[in-house]
Design a binder for this molecule. Structure first.
Ligand SMILES: [Zn+2]
Ligand SMILES: [Zn+2]
Length: 388
């Protein structure tokens, strides 16, 4: 068999081979660089919220410490460009530290390892400029004796911009209004506080996935709260969270607010309403059979009630509350002292009028001389509890 020679430098295969695609070992590496990267990369971050584009999608940063943030944004851009700049024969690559890379002497064909480190930077003002040294080791071909070992320098320019979310937020944009109300009454101060806190926590959670889920504005109204939301789905999720805690009903309405000038499509604004039940702890309610209860607890599942005749605690889910016609009733509260107790009856004296009256002895510990809270519903008196 006749000797073959490298077509680029002329060295014989016995000296510089084995030849790969007609090239000696050295010329193969020179002619087939692994990292085909430009010396400059431009990227940007939002000056308002620190977010930046990852594979074309705006994401929130891991850190808000400005120095670290600039490096986070620069390295994200650098890694994306590196990933796109590798020779197509690299099927798999890993990012490792420069020290680890130094030690690597063997790689299977199609594998590369990459290390990078900043070698020069100024980040005190924008554009921030960071120069990275990138070193790559790789094996592109089975017949390669020595690994590719390339060093490149790349400068990343980090500029400031305003992300689409912030530009909408700063422009006063909102897509939906979340209205929080109570049935037949205004929201109480306590409810406003609890709902405000719940909404804040929930929005933080929503914003991790829905960047437009922000609260543009919160309006305190006499009857309740209005939240101006960046996205309809965020408004819906908040309504659901409030319903889970308080119960109630959710409804939606749409209002035509204009035409999109570009698409000439109609633009609607959604109002999501959550109406929490009117019941509150301490309310006196009755069902349609005439049983009278004191409300002990209200939550997303239903009502905890104390039956004032049997003194038993009972739970009704919201469906049952509706089916049994449970509703608030007119009631009059008073206080009375127990003046005598028989096995079946007690005698009481009203603390205001000094009138005395008898009640069937309720199933509870009572002592003569103590004062109790009384409630009268539909002409019948019930003993609530001992006055504190
Ligand atoms: Zn050669
Ligand atoms: Zn932003």
């Amino acid at each position: 068999m006749s000797e073959r020679f490298c077509y680029r430098c002329g060295i014989s295969e016995s000296e510089g081979g084995p030849l790969i695609e007609g090239l000696c070992q050295v010329c193969f590496r020179k002619e087939n660089p692994v990292l085909l990267i430009d010396g400059e990369i431009n990227t940007e971050l939002c000056q308002n919220c620190g977010s930046y584009k990852k594979r074309g999608v705006w994401v929130d940063p891991h850190t808000y410490e400005l120095d670290e943030l600039v490096f986070e944004v620069a390295e994200n851009a650098l890694l994306e460009v590196i990933g796109d700049s590798l020779d197509e024969r690299v099927r798999e690559f890993g990012i490792i530290s420069p020290e680890e890379l130094e030690e690597i002497e063997e790689l299977s064909a199609g594998r590369a390892v990459i290390a990078f480190q900043p070698v020069d930077w100024h980040i005190e003002y924008f554009p921030a400029i960071i120069t990275y040294e990138i070193r790559v080791k790789a094996r592109l071909h089975e017949l390669q004796y020595e690994l590719h070992d390339e060093v490149k320098y790349v400068t990343v320019y980090v500029r400031q911009t305003v992300c689409p979310r912030c530009s909408r937020f700063l422009g006063g944009y909102f897509e939906a209004i979340l209205q929080v109300r109570a049935e037949d009454r205004p929201l109480t101060e306590e409810e406003r506080k609890v709902i405000g806190k719940l909404v804040e926590e929930k929005v933080d959670e929503i914003m991790r996935k829905d960047r437009m889920g922000f609260i543009q504005d919160t309006i305190e109204k006499e009857e309740g709260l209005d939240f101006y939301m960046g996205s309809t789905s965020s408004a819906r999720k908040l309504a659901q969270a409030i319903k889970e805690k308080f119960g109630g009903t959710i409804s939606e309405a749409y209002e035509l607010v204009g035409l999109d000038r570009q698409t000439s499509r109609e633009v609607y604004r959604t109002s999501v309403s959550i109406r929490i039940p009117k019941f509150q702890k301490g309310d006196i309610v009755a069902d349609k059979r005439g049983n009278v209860y004191e409300v002990e607890r209200v939550d997303g599942k239903g009502l905890s009630l104390r039956n004032l005749s049997t003194r038993e605690s009972e739970h009704r889910d919201w469906k049952t509350v509706k089916r049994e016609g449970i509703d608030t009733v007119e009631s009059e509260k008073s206080e009375a002292m127990v003046t005598s107790i028989t096995p079946t009856e007690i005698q009481l004296m009203d603390m205001k009028t000094y009138e005395t009256y008898e009640l069937e002895k309720p199933d509870m510990d009572l002592r003569e001389g103590e004062i109790y809270r009384i409630v009268e519903v539909r002409g019948r008196k019930y003993l609530l509890d001992r006055k504190e």
